[in-house]
Design a protein around this ligand. Structure first.
Ligand code: NAD
Length: 491
């Protein structure tokens, strides 16, 4: 039995139904059946949210320097309220997002709130002013300084795979910076957005500063935010195709865009790795059914130990067995994929894999585990990097294993990708690992499983993985624009 309550919009300080009262069904990834309803925002609702956010930015003191401490206090109280709602957040993550109980303490809830705390902790390090010193020019003395000011109204468009984590990543940074926000969560996960509205007034957020809109149409609200001149910045996480469209459509109003667009990251296991068996086994992709933008979905293994790696993986998948796919099992960290579209897409790519490479483990849907979108942990070997399964982001529980000949070859293969989000190397020689790390085109990289993703570290990609950085002090500064002021004087 779930405790989900209908997801409502939040506009100008008011929890609301959609204008006209339309709703849509939220489908459970576990059962393929309706589990909740959500308000279906119309263009009228999105317009009201834009007006409210614009007014709150232009006509109140929210963004003023004098309110920095107040914003920190409000975001602290907001976090306390989220923490007090931990169980509810877990219910939402499990029932709406398809997270298995064991992932609640990972990125789905606990890490998201820990990241929020990290934002509060790094806030004192935000650079609000910079002194450029004095310079003589044209007979004048010039004292130069920049003031870093909140950029304005932010449209935050977020996905379904780690909805709380990504919502926090955008909303909290923008609020701390002094922006006003319109959060637009994915149609699959509206409740994880709606809760930001439900708790906003109690946290003391002034009217219009925080707004939440969502609807059945995945594009309607988002496109309105992207094309509207009154929205100053779009912060988007999702697919590369939509990210490109946002950049194109945002160009009309020369909007600032932050884009985080996923990846096909490489995990390189060198032949000198003293923990070779463990590190190859860790390449299995199961957490949240592999639906993570920074997952290391290409496992690169030195050719001299490739057969050994295959045997390790075979045993690892066998040992893992059926320890996944039970909604309330705290030991399970893998559930279904999010929706029917993803289910069909991932199964389609698995079929492509069967025609291109050798299936080592998994490879099937598992209707015996439930009526939802459950797909087995799957591993392909004898993969070459030009295959579709090595190039396309599958966004499911699928890893592909590719052999390499030497460090140069590993670097070449890792970089031979449209994406550049993350990756890692496992080795007995950290200096060798570091040389490889410095040559990989990616925004984050781990050596020997180092945790390169945390709320106090900047996260983002290069190439088709996106533009800009989220989290850490850099993540807050994404929402600031420097204004340079020079004070001239003669004499
Ligand atoms: P998507 O890019 O379509 O959706 C992401 C968000 O953008 C949602 O809120 C959606 O409603 C909104 N959106 C959709 N069309 C829009 C438009 N034209 N203008 C503005 N906003 C729009 O992603 P999806 O279809 O849900 O997933 C497809 C693929 O995207 C996945 O298979 C995966 O490869 C990738 N993905 C990546 C991430 C990531 O973390 N980078 C997250 C989810 C999905």
């Amino acid at each position: 039995m779930t405790t989900l309550t209908p997801a409502r919009l939040f506009i100008d300080g008011e929890l609301r139904d959609a204008a006209g009262g339309k709703t849509f069904d939220v489908i459970s990834p576990w059962t393929d059946a309706p589990i909740n309803t959500a308000a279906d925002a119309s263009a009228e609702d999105v317009e009201a949210a834009i007006v409210a956010a614009r007014r709150a930015f232009d006509c109140t003191d929210w963004s003023h320097d004098s309110n920095r401490q107040k914003r920190l206090e409000i975001c602290t109280k907001y976090l306390d309220l989220f923490k007090a709602n931990f169980d509810r957040l877990a219910e939402i993550a499990i029932n709406e997002g398809g997270c298995a109980r064991g992932s609640v303490n990972r990125e789905q809830v606990a890490m998201a709130l820990a990241g929020w705390q990290d934002y509060l902790d790094v806030f004192p390090r935000v650079e609000w002013e910079r002194d450029y010193g004095t310079r003589e020019a044209w007979g004048m003395k010039n004292v130069r300084k920049s003031y870093h000011e909140p950029i304005g109204v932010v449209g935050a468009i977020t996905p379904w795979n780690a909805p709380l984590y990504v919502n926090v990543g955008k909303v909290v940074a923008a609020l701390l910076a002094g922006c006003t926000v319109i959060l637009k969560p994915a149609p699959d996960t509206p409740s994880m957005g709606a809760i930001f509205g439900e708790l906003a007034n109690e946290a003391g957020i002034p009217k219009g500063v925080m707004n939440v809109v969502f609807g059945a149409d995945p594009a309607l609200a988002g496109e309105m935010l992207v094309t509207d001149k009154r929205v100053d910045l779009i912060s988007f996480t999702g697919s590369t195709a939509v990210g490109k469209r946002i950049m194109q459509q945002g160009a009309e109003s020369l909007k600032r865009v932050f884009l985080e667009l996923g990846g096909k990251s490489a995990r390189i296991v060198l032949e000198d790795d003293p923990l070779f068996e463990r590190d190859v086994a860790m390449g299995m992709l199961t957490n949240h059914a592999g639906q993570g933008c920074a997952v290391q979905s290409r496992l690169l293994v030195h050719r001299s130990r490739y057969e050994e790696a295959k045997a390790i993986l075979k045993a690892t998948y066998e040992n893992f067995g059926d320890n996944w796919g039970e909604q309330e099992n705290p030991a399970h960290t893998m559930g279904p994929v999010v929706n029917r579209k993803q289910y069909e897409r991932v199964l389609g790519l698995i079929e492509v894999g069967k025609s291109e490479a050798t299936l080592l483990a998994g490879g099937k849907a598992r209707p015996d585990k439930g009526p939802g979108y459950l797909i087995e942990p799957t591993c392909f070997v004898d993969v070459t990097n030009d295959m579709r399964i090595a190039q396309e982001e599958i966004f499911g529980p699928v890893v592909v294993v590719i052999p390499f000949d030497d460090d140069e070859d590993a670097i070449r293969i890792a970089n031979d990708s449209a994406y550049g989000l993350s990756g890692g190397v496992c080795t007995g020689d950290v200096e060798r690992g570091l040389k490889i790390a410095r040559r990989i085109h990616a925004g984050t990289f781990s050596i020997n499983n180092g945790m390169c993703i945390a709320g106090d570290l900047p996260f983002g990609g290069v190439k088709a993985s996106g533009v800009g950085r989220e989290w850490g002090v850099e993540g807050i500064e994404e929402y600031l624009e420097p204004k340079l002021v020079a004070i001239g004087s003669f004499g």
